[in-house]
Design a protein around this ligand. Sequence first.
Ligand code: CP
Length: 344
Amino acid sequence: MKTFLNVQDLGDLRTALDEALEIKKDRFKYVELGKNKTALLVFFNNSLRTRLSTQKAALNLGMNVIVLDVNAGAWKLETERGVIMDGDKSEHLLEAIPVMASYCDVIGIRSFAGLKDREYDYAETVYNQFVKYSGKPVFAMETATVHPLQAFADLITIAEHVAPEGDASRPIKVVLTWAPHPKSLPQAVPNSFAEWMVAASKCDNLLSSPSGEAGRGIEFVITHPKGYELDPKFVGDAKVEYDQMKAFEGADFIYAKNWSCPGVTEPDKYGQILEDYHNLLDWTVSERQMAVTNNGKFMHCLPVRRNMIVTDDVIESENSLVIPEAANREISATVVLKRILVNS
Ligand code: CP
């Protein structure tokens, strides 16, 4: 693997899940693989989980790790070509990338969407410049449009928490729900979650019960207010249900996330909040909605704003998976870095 951005970069999902579970049993199994190799993790944006879990993954593989916070101590970087650099940005990415690449063997990039120019964001301009000009393997640690390390960790978490007593004749129902938030947020997490769940729903018997008996497929449903339709390249043929309560009926997993307008049905409103969140607080995931699920598990990538996205009661309930989900970020990153080391 030379790049990691989309679900197809990982290949067969059953194999990837098996590899994740193998690494979870022995995190240091491949500790010799990264000897004398250096991972450079470049952050254009804040992070807690991605920063720590990806460093831990590199250490699991015996790698050295360098972390660069572009906005804390480095020169401010210009990312667009053709700009007259008479402002506050002292260095261009086109020089900075090969310089950074000269110090490492693998590069991880975190660079959020600007949410102003859909074309620029959806072209993955910053990530693709690293791919083009570094000459090194590059992996996404959340880019303008995707967060694949999160989606892989989410899939591992779902696979681990399928109820053993479930009816094996029906698929596991997974629901992605929009929830309110006071600020405009990128679509990276819901895009990737949708992309990975759609791919998972195409694999027969992907999810084995913990007892190892009959595998089960996935039924994936997305629910959000009108105007928040995600990009078709991620959503594919997933069902969209605008009635949140209806979507939650019988669900085994609820994945909550806010996202701003993706500009699909409302192109001129890309990156905006379409309606004051005070009017949409009934979308906050609470016990009212969870009551119609199939004893559903609650998921969120974190960080989460309590009593905006989800109530205290739901996130603190025994059905909340937010902590194991975050812990699985170490596992997803270890699998991805291992594959990069093996193939580069
Ligand atoms: N979920 C996630 O990517 O968390 P951080 O933003 O803290 O890295």
